[in-house]
Design a protein around this ligand. Structure first.
Ligand code: BGC
Length: 466
């Protein structure tokens, strides 16, 4: 009896460990997403001096990655449906490796921009595929927290990039800052080689035996495997026909537009202005020493990681809508105060540190709300039949909006002045509170089927969770 119990425990442990390995390897894609977003902040001042590039070219170095990511996210639905989630992740990992090496060895700004577009393609493809694969492979009870875990990995990636930038900033070696990302990219590549195919994708292609084999490796009981296979078979009866549905059905169009709106709001909070140009913002706040600016940036990254935990604990208790409203409120107030400080000029150390505190409040506001919640909401509001289409559109929108913000910040500072630029983002965040009240539904503790039923019945968007 004891021996068989022992075997049973071992069996169980193997499944848990294997599921954990699979989730960890997939979340590594989130880490690379974060690394590539974060790395440019520290590398930019050094590479701009070295390659002697203008403000406008700097904006392009930053935003070319988002351009690639928008295209990558747009094609990812097709790639991952045709070749499978695993191949899609593998392709992303190869692009990460090539892009990281290429950017480290770039001799001029044009070559660097091409490398950043390649990295963007990798980020776009993996930022669509990884959460999808996770949701298809993770056991039901941890599915929700896996999406938040993914966001956590993004923020950890940003922090690690800031830290590594700071270490290399002592020697000013921007090529090392960009090149070192090859290591986690190779790790992702090797890890993905060991990942099993998605059972859902395999079943969709009629490969039931293989799907069952994968589920046998991931789940701890035969009954569970059987139950999930049946569920997969049932859900496959619903054919994905997003484009058709989009053309014909106004209710579905409303969900797609809500996804677009949510992602635009997330990006136009101005969060990435800080993510990409943090050292520059510290400079505006009166920190003239590069090393101080770099450590300040690491601090920004750390606050971002820690505040994501607030979201993870609030999202299922307090709900999506109040958390979002509070987050936009905090961001609005902190940006407006920052704008005021920049207007009167940061003259003494009190004002200097006060502006840093406002910056921190802004980061907390984002990381506890719009950061993770927009991804959560976007995956919840689409009806099953148009899910792939809806998520493709909202993910691509995220990257297009991200690119616009990244590509215009320095020009805005130049044209409208520092204070007005921050005021602009502060006011936008205020408008987002109103938009949240009017259009965003509360989806806490509501089944996806219920949301879908309400949406398709024509209920107003803000009530589809009731
Ligand atoms: C956003 C990214 C942002 C990151 C910051 C993500 O949710 O989509 O654009 O850089 O959060 O933590």
């Amino acid at each position: 009896m004891n021996i068989s119990m022992d075997n049973f425990n071992k069996f169980n442990k193997f499944h848990t460990r294997f599921s954990f390995f699979v989730c960890f390897m997939t979340a590594l894609a989130g880490l690379l997403f974060g690394l590539d977003i974060g790395v440019i902040a520290g590398a930019l001042p050094f590479l701009s001096m070295d390659l002697m590039i203008t403000h406008h070219q700097q904006e392009w170095v930053v935003s070319s990655m988002m351009f690639g990511a928008a295209i990558g996210a747009f094609c990812a639905g097709w790639i991952s449906a045709k070749f499978g989630r695993r191949s899609s992740l593998l392709f992303g990992a190869i692009l990460f490796i090539v892009g990281s090496l290429w950017s480290a060895f770039s001799l001029n700004v044009e070559s660097l921009i091409i490398a950043r577009i390649l990295l963007g393609l990798a980020v776009g493809i993996t930022s669509y595929t990884a959460p999808l694969y996770l949701s298809e492979i993770a056991p039901e009870k941890i599915r929700g927290s896996m999406i938040s875990m993914y966001q956590l990995m993004i923020t950890i990636g940003i922090l690690v990039a800031y830290l590594s930038d700071t270490v290399f900033s002592y020697s000013g070696s921007w090529r090392w800052m960009l090149g070192i990302i090859t290591i986690p990219a190779v790790l992702l590549f090797i890890g993905v080689l060991f990942l099993p195919g998605s059972p859902r994708w395999l079943a969709f292609h009629g490969r039931y035996k293989e799907a069952k084999k994968v589920l046998n490796m991931l789940r701890d009981s035969k009954e569970q495997v059987k139950k999930e296979l049946n569920e997969i078979q049932d859900s496959l009866k619903i054919e994905q026909s997003g484009w058709q549905l989009f053309k014909e059905n106004n209710n579905f169009r409303r969900a797609v537009f809500l996804g677009i709106l949510l992602q635009i709001m997330q990006q136009f909070t101005g969060m990435n202005v800080i993510m990409y140009y943090a050292p520059k913002i510290f400079c505006l706040a009166g920190f003239n020493d590069t090393i101080n600016q770099m450590w300040g940036t690491v601090f920004v990254g750390l606050i971002n990681v820690l505040s994501t935990f607030i979201a993870i604990s609030l999202v299922d208790n307090w709900g999506r809508k109040p958390t979002l409203k509070l987050g936009f409120g905090v961001m609005s107030v902190s940006m407006i105060i920052l704008s005021f400080l920049l207007l009167i000029g940061v003259n003494n150390s009190f004002q200097k540190y006060f502006s840093v505190i406002m910056l921190m409040f802004f980061i907390i506001g984002f990381a506890m709300s719009a950061g993770p919640l927009v991804w959560v909401l976007c995956s919840e509001i689409q009806p099953l039949k148009g899910r792939d289409f809806g998520i493709t559109i909202s993910t691509s929108t995220n990257w297009i909006a991200n690119m616009i913000v990244g590509a215009t910040f320095l020009t805005m500072l130049e044209k409208f002045g520092n204070s007005n630029t921050f005021l602009f983002y502060g006011l936008l965040n205020f408008i987002f509170i109103l938009i949240t009240i009017k259009f965003v539904p509360e989806t806490k503790n509501v089944s996806l089927e219920h949301i879908e039923k309400n949406l398709m019945k024509g209920k107003s968007l803000r009530n589809i969770g009731i």
